[in-house]
Design a binder for this molecule. Structure first.
Ligand code: NAD
Length: 546
């Protein structure tokens, strides 16, 4: 009686397979047909009843880390129930399965480890990566998230502990855009770590040796990409939390030869551009006339700058004019032409200007409409900086994007109080609404989850062979268009997170359309693309097995 969905699984094996397990929700008929009689308590419950139980258990956990461990173990037992729980409580649980709690979980990964999840590839696997990919039990992988753990959130080099990030990101692909869990593959590329505390920790689970660099590293990554294209030909590869020298180089190397993108560079750019487009609706200042000053010129900052330039070019602005809208301050001061210490990715934004040492000097000299914090340095949007922005602009846009919460350049409360509530504020990690003089301001969360799941959905639905900047620009426009006037009145420049599936479906449709329009796929465009995209989305309700 077993249907093909179960791949012949029955009895205990079925109960132990999280993709198929329904726990006490297996019906009387299923219990008889699938060899489950006696292996479960007798009373059959519905998924809704199970949901009450797991939510109750979740709330009994006192610390965010305990809640994280509870959710991960639920995911290991019963994926449908895990996603039902997360999807119905997304606002509450996203900060647990992703930033900021996932960062803490990564720091303690070797100490809280219970069961492996995903694939681990190391430098010792040179020459056999294909074999390792073949050992993954699912054949139809569509999204791979891979990290080498060098720059985990704002926490630096966490080596193999970084596995929590691909696992968490893929959970968001499913929760936010309905990518079926069986199509998701998390990978840790363990090339060592330069974190001496981890190397000294006897419970650390990665290779306790210094990071691999140079040609050997590049060859290992090259072998992985080639093997992934052979074993999972329809998969999109998302590079995640690589150190910035490798991240830019790998993106440049693979973006035109594989279906790949880097979320730290391109996804961040998409969500921030959407925030700036929403800001335009509040201030009336079009993107082409906004002047954006970044604190931090790494993956996030340069990625955002590059996408703004692409967006302005598509709006008819010349490349050189577009570049002059974006200015950067790094740890040495304003990025200007006369500097001799600039790495390659900063050079394209080095303008003719007198050198300046501090952000405050740069704000006063350049008079930006927005400042975007992507430095990982807490409290760098000081009272003086924020007040200067409020003197220059009626509605200054202040984006404190550094994660986790403790690394934010300023808090929501500081920002609103230093600007008498006039600032348009967004952050990387969530901040609660702030009431000031009787007015409630709702901070925007420039969360990449608004963008990458929808982009992935569109790439999968169209079987696109590439991921392009135009797709991220399109995604940003769709996201900004979904912000309502009521959202804007509250100061919120992103849609309510409760609408994330609708947002992802809309982005997925628009991104798939780009793939069809640009000939990036060999499949034909369905007549009703939106319906096609929505039909591919995973529903966590249990199927009937018989
Ligand atoms: P990165 O290491 O690539 O870049 C950091 C940059 O900040 C570097 O250019 C460095 O020179 C600069 N910097 C360091 N100290 C500085 C200082 N005191 N003053 C000025 N600049 C300084 O890292 P990244 O990937 O660009 O990420 C940076 C931060 O942005 C992290 O905290 C990360 O969590 C956050 N981020 C947020 C989002 C989001 O909110 N959606 C997305 C991606 C990254």
């Amino acid at each position: 009686m077993t249907t093909i969905h179960l791949h012949g699984k029955r009895g205990v094996e079925l109960l132990h397979d999280p993709l198929f397990n329904k726990g006490t929700a297996f019906t009387e008929e299923e219990r008889d047909a699938l060899g489950l009689r006696g292996l479960l308590p007798p009373r059959v419950t519905t998924q809704d009843q199970q949901l009450v139980r797991v939510l109750d258990n979740y709330h009994r956990k006192e610390s965010p880390l305990e809640k994280y461990i509870y959710l991960v173990s639920l995911q290991e037992r019963n994926e449908s129930l895990f996603y039902r729980l997360v999807m119905t409580n997304l606002e509450e649980m996203m900060p647990i399965i992703y930033t900021p709690t996932v960062g803490l979980a990564c720091q303690k990964y070797g100490h809280i480890f219970r069961r492996p999840r995903g694939l681990y590839l190391t430098r010792n696997d040179r020459g056999r990566i294909k074999l390792l990919l073949q050992s993954w039990p699912q054949a139809d992988v569509r999204i791979i998230v891979i990290t080498d753990g060098e720059r985990i959130l704002g926490l630096g080099d966490l080596g193999a502990n970084g596995m929590g990030i691909p696992v968490g990101k893929l959970a968001l692909y499913t929760a936010c855009a309905g990518i079926p869990p069986a199509q998701c593959l998390p990978i840790m590329l363990d090339v060592g770590t330069n974190n001496s505390a981890l190397i000294a920790d006897p419970l650390y689970l990665g290779l306790p040796e210094p990071r691999l660099r140079g040609p050997e590293y590049d060859e290992l990554v090259g072998e992985f990409v080639e093997a992934a294209q052979q074993i999972f030909p329809k998969a999109c590869i998302q590079f995640e939390d690589f150190g910035n020298a490798n991240a830019f180089r790998l993106l440049h190397r693979f973006r035109d030869v594989a279906c790949t993108f880097n979320d730290d560079i391109q996804g961040t750019a998409g969500v921030t551009l959407a925030g700036l487009l929403s800001t335009e609706r509040i201030t009336g200042i079009p993107l082409a006339q906004q002047k954006i000053l970044f604190l931090g010129a790494g993956e996030a900052g340069i990625g955002i700058g590059d996408l703004i330039v692409e967006a302005l070019k598509l709006q008819g602005v010349s490349e050189s004019d577009a570049r002059r809208q974006c200015w950067f301050v790094d740890s040495k001061g304003l990025v200007v032409k006369s500097r001799t210490d600039l790495v390659e990715h900063k050079l394209r934004f080095a303008h003719d200007h007198a050198p300046m040492k501090t952000l405050l000097e740069a704000v006063e000299a350049l008079k930006p409409t927005s400042i975007v914090g992507v430095s990982g340095m807490p409290q760098t949007f000081t009272e003086a900086v924020v007040r200067a922005m409020a003197q220059i602009n009626q509605r200054p846009a202040i984006f404190a994007l550094s994660n986790p919460t403790a690394n934010a350049e300023c808090t929501a409360e500081q920002c609103y109080s230093w600007t008498d509530g006039r600032a348009i504020f967004a952050s990387g990690s969530p901040f609660a609404p702030v009431t000031l003089n009787g007015v409630t301001h709702v901070p925007g969360q420039g969360n990449n989850s608004y963008i990458f799941p929808g982009v992935g959905l569109g790439v999968i639905a169209s079987e696109s062979t590439r991921v392009t900047d135009e797709m991220f620009y399109t995604a940003a426009k769709v996201l900004a268009d979904l912000v309502t006037d009521d959202d804007l009145k509250l100061g919120r420049i992103y849609p309510d997170l409760k609408r994330i599936r609708e947002v992802s479906a809309a982005i997925g449709t628009a991104v798939a359309q780009v793939a069809f329009d640009r000939g990036l796929t060999t499949v034909l465009c369905p007549t009703d693309l939106r319906a096609h995209v929505e039909n591919t989305m995973f529903d966590p309700k249990y199927p009937d097995y018989i």
